[in-house]
Design a protein. Structure first.
Ligand SMILES: C[S@@+](CC[C@H](N)C(=O)[O-])C[C@H]1O[C@@H](n2cnc3c(N)ncnc32)[C@H](O)[C@@H]1O
Length: 344
């Protein structure tokens, strides 16, 4: 199955909460929804599952084993629904074992099982460094001062085959000042030569490629405080989703691993950051979240800032798991979107 519109034609027959120009938000258990997808239909699943920390109050080995088994049941079906050149990107926060200042290995155990049992390849591991993360756990870091603050999440980029679609030209980062000078006047800075390490520097080192190659350490602050989403949550007296990831995170992987019109899916969508980013980048998206209050508030992300409170109220209150609200009429086309709208 390759045609994206064919896939959407199958999926739009399902109940959904709202649709936009490029995507669908579905309120249900993602295991149920994923089972309805055609095989080999998704280009990228990117998600941040409820962490072991948030899902359970106990962190003994047994519970972590249960957590891994739970997550593997989703991964198994993701594998089946991904296209051959598709990718599965999973963001996992670390955790301590209960009552001791020793880290759990659950995220590493999960990685090994994803590869050994399900058949994923580890295309590359990433580390998301969030400088604005607060120190925790309080007992080991703030009170006893025996552990430093944990500000890195592991992100596993998994693929169905050894050669998933990817293009780093889409995620180049700005050159350093030194590199800019080198590009301006290469002869002044270096002469092509062989190095003892074998990393030979040739004349092409000074070429301007439009930006530098990014590393697998992603430094992204998670400190959103004044977005349309948060302002509207405040206006409606609802709490913003407590575990949102920053837009730059899905943006990096969506640009790296997909092209416009490709299908991006988030199976633990929360406030639907992934859907918003996919929409901005003209990718088709489907976001699945089991709690309706998160889906309702996530609609704020897609409704133009000119829409008045009465209308917003009406939309917000009419969203339920089968409301099929069409938000296209409240989206400002040129601001967010380039591609053709979906036809619902
Ligand atoms: C860590 S949050 C995701 C936050 C999201 N990345 C964002 O930026 O808002 C995980 C979400 O998964 C949802 N969830 C947990 N189990 C689920 C399931 N079986 N199906 C669908 N959603 C689920 C939770 O309700 C929670 O909102």
């Amino acid at each position: 199955m390759s045609n994206i519109m064919e896939i959407f034609n199958i999926l739009k027959k399902l109940d959904f909460s709202y649709c936009t120009r490029h995507g669908l938000a579905i309120c249900d258990n993602s295991l149920t929804v994923l089972s309805k997808f055609p095989s080999n239909s998704i280009n990228l699943v990117i998600t941040s599952p409820p962490f072991a920390l948030q899902r359970q109050k106990e962190y003994g080995n047994k519970d972590q084993d249960q957590y891994i088994t739970w997550l593997l049941s989703f991964a198994k079906i993701v594998y089946e629904k991904l296209r051959v050149d598709g990718s599965f990107v999973i963001d996992l926060g670390g955790a301590y074992k209960k009552g001791v200042p020793v880290r759990s290995l659950y995220n590493y155990r999960l990685l090994i099982q994803l590869c050994d049992e399900i058949g994923f390849h580890l295309a590359e591991e990433f580390f998301w460094y969030n400088p604005s993360k607060l120190p925790s756990p309080i007992e080991w870091v703030n009170k006893r001062k025996i552990r430093v603050k944990d500000s890195v999440n592991t992100i596993w980029w998994l693929s169905k085959t050894e050669n998933p679609k990817s293009d780093i030209k889409n995620v180049l980062v700005p050159y350093s000042e030194r590199m800019k000078k080198l590009i301006e006047d290469p002869a002044k800075f270096y002469t092509p030569k062989e190095r003892p390490s074998g990393h030979n520097i040739g004349a092409s080192f000074g070429n301007d490629n439009g930006g530098a190659i990014p590393s697998n350490l992603l430094q992204i602050s998670n400190s959103e405080s004044n977005s349309l989403y948060l302002r509207r949550c405040k206006e409606f007296g609802v709490k913003g989703h407590p575990a949102r990831f920053p837009e730059k995170l899905p943006s990096f992987f969506i640009k790296l691993l997909t092209e416009p019109e490709d299908l991006v899916v988030d199976i633990f969508a929360g406030s639907n950051t992934t859907g918003l980013v996919a929409e901005k980048l003209s990718r088709r998206w489907i976001s699945i979240e089991e709690r309706i209050e998160y889906i309702q508030a996530s609609s704020f992300r897609f409704i133009d800032s000119n829409i008045n409170k009465t209308k917003l109220d009406e939309i917000y209150n009419s969203i339920n798991s089968e409301s099929k609200i069409n938000l296209k009429d409240y989206q400002e086309p040129k601001k967010l979107f380039n591609g053709d709208a979906l036809n619902f």
